[in-house]
Design a protein around this ligand. Structure first.
Ligand SMILES: Nc1ncnc2c1ncn2[C@@H]1O[C@H](COP(=O)(O)OP(=O)(O)OP(=O)(O)O)[C@@H](O)[C@H]1O
Length: 339
């Protein structure tokens, strides 16, 4: 099984020691000899596989453990325990050979040299990755063309806008045409046009070269545009691994009916009223506000509204579609995916 995977992760864990300081001068003195610490499991026994050619969204709230696990997948950090095999190699142990087979774009960090022209950086990377002139010409011409960066090549990186730089970063990560690409927030801070250009480009290289992509982002539109599958982390654990469509279905893709009542209302009253219909009642910010999650069915929706209006005085009612973004936010809040 593991041999057929591009990424194989089994019961992977990374613990960090987090030190705390004692208070006062006496405490500081004692800290010199023994420090108090707690063990924090940033990645707490995760397992998942990615097949060659898959584009997978790797998501989770701040601090969920995404960066720590990506660092283990790219060989920057050694795991505390567990198994990682990426592209048939142990990323940490075979680091030198391994890095030649992956491309990495971290939105916040640059692999381009700041003061030299973009094409000089490309030339250096071409040497580092030992790419032949023929391979470079046949592959990079297309990349430069699709990302529309030809006019930027003779400019130093420091003179580029964020969107221009990100397109150059992507091209740089692809100089050796790696079978696997790690992307961390590749569209952060970019305008819609550039975002779309990058999304279209990623789709194209995936189709053309069967490039496997692991995409970490807080922008769910990136995920929706590119990935059929998401792996969701929470507190160092995988809480969902499956298709975006299943996620929507399991979380009840449907409608939200927002009620504002004339008085404060208890959940019991609403549950009694909706007896026989599946409604998930969630409290709003105040006790006179309630949200009913229902399936997307006109009859069900009008039935619920009719029953509620008959019994309770309402000031306002609104029907809203539930977006993937809301679904994911709800899951983060509850820390689990409902069965
Ligand atoms: N070197 C470290 N030493 C101690 N704790 C760390 C270290 N690196 C990360 N952590 C902790 O591990 C947890 C997971 O962090 P990680 O950076 O992997 O999360 P993340 O999902 O990438 O978050 P973000 O979306 O903010 O980048 C956090 O609680 C973080 O504070």
């Amino acid at each position: 099984m593991k041999e057929n995977q591009m990424i194989y992760v089994n019961n992977l864990r990374k613990d960090f020691k987090s030190y705390s300081s004692r208070s006062g001068l006496k405490g500081a003195f004692r800290d010199l000899f023994t420090r108090n610490y707690k063990i924090l499991s940033a990645v707490d026994g995760i397992s998942f596989n990615v097949k060659p050619g898959e584009m997978v969204g790797y998501i989770g709230e701040n601090g969920a453990g995404k960066s720590t696990s990506i660092k283990m997948l790219t060989g920057i950090l050694t795991p505390t325990s567990g198994e990682v095999i990426v592209n048939g190699m142990n990323p940490h142990k075979e680091r030198e050979e391994f890095v030649r087979t992956i491309g990495v774009v971290f939105g916040q960090r640059s692999q381009l040299w700041w003061d030299i022209a973009v094409q000089e950086s490309f030339r250096l990377l071409k040497k580092v990755y030992r790419v032949s002139d023929e391979d470079y010409a046949s592959h990079m011409e297309h990349v430069i063309d699709t990302l529309d960066i030809a006019p930027l090549l003779d400019k130093p990186v420091r003179k580029l806008s964020l969107g221009q730089r990100m397109r150059c970063e992507l091209a740089a990560a692809l100089i050796h045409n790696p079978p696997l690409l790690f992307l961390d927030e590749p569209t952060i801070g970019l305008d819609v046009l550039v975002k779309n250009k990058i999304r279209t480009f990623l789709k194209e290289i995936n189709e053309r070269y069967n490039t496997t992509i692991l995409l970490t982002t807080h922008d769910l539109q990136d995920i929706e545009a590119l990935c059929e599958r998401v792996v969701m982390l929470d507190q160092g654990k995988v809480i969902y691994d499956g298709s975006i469509n299943d996620l929507r279905a399991r979380w009840m893709e449907g409608k939200e009916i927002h009620f504002q009542f004339k008085r404060e209302v208890e959940k019991d009253e609403l549950t009694k009223l909706s007896n026989g219909i599946t409604v998930d009642w969630q409290p709003g910010k105040r006790k006179d506000l309630w949200i009913g999650h229902v399936e997307d069915n006109d009859e069900v929706i009008s039935d619920i509204i009719a029953r509620v209006v008959n019994e309770l005085k309402i000031i306002d009612v609104n029907i809203k579609s539930i977006t993937t973004e809301e679904i994911v936010r709800n899951i983060y809040e509850e820390g689990a995916v409902r069965e």
